[in-house]
Unconditional design. Structure first.
Length: 118
């Protein structure tokens, strides 16, 4: 059974930082691309960042480029999202997801809430 468990969310003031973690189990982690998505209140879920199986290739939404960094530790079966210079508009539930084939994220975590106040 595949499980993705996010942690590290919380409340922070604008300009602050948080690091999210997503621990995976029940899958051969190193074979999966991993991603972070978010859903703000009243909005659709949107892509935030992704990293390939080795960590050597990453991609980001324009809204977070230069502020967020995705990384992974295959030995720990964990993917991270370092979020700096947070803005109120970053407030959302953040989800991690696993993509086995490079085209579609099939497994999802339960989400962790990030609240950024002015």
């Amino acid at each position: 059974q595949v499980q993705l468990v996010e942690s590290g969310g919380g409340s922070v003031q604008a300009g602050g930082s948080l690091r999210l973690s997503c621990a995976a189990s029940g899958l051969t982690f190193r074979r999966y691309a991993m991603g972070w998505f978010r859903q703000a209140p009243g909005k659709e879920r949107e892509f935030v960042a992704a990293v390939n199986w080795s960590g050597g290739s990453t991609s980001y939404a324009d809204s977070v480029k230069g502020r967020f960094t995705i990384s992974r530790d295959n030995a720990k079966k964990t993917v991270y999202l370092q979020m700096n210079s947070l803005k109120a508009e970053d407030t959302a539930v953040y989800y991690c997801a696993a993509d086995p084939g490079g085209s579609q994220f099939e497994y999802w975590g339960q989400g962790t809430l990030v609240t950024v106040s002015e």
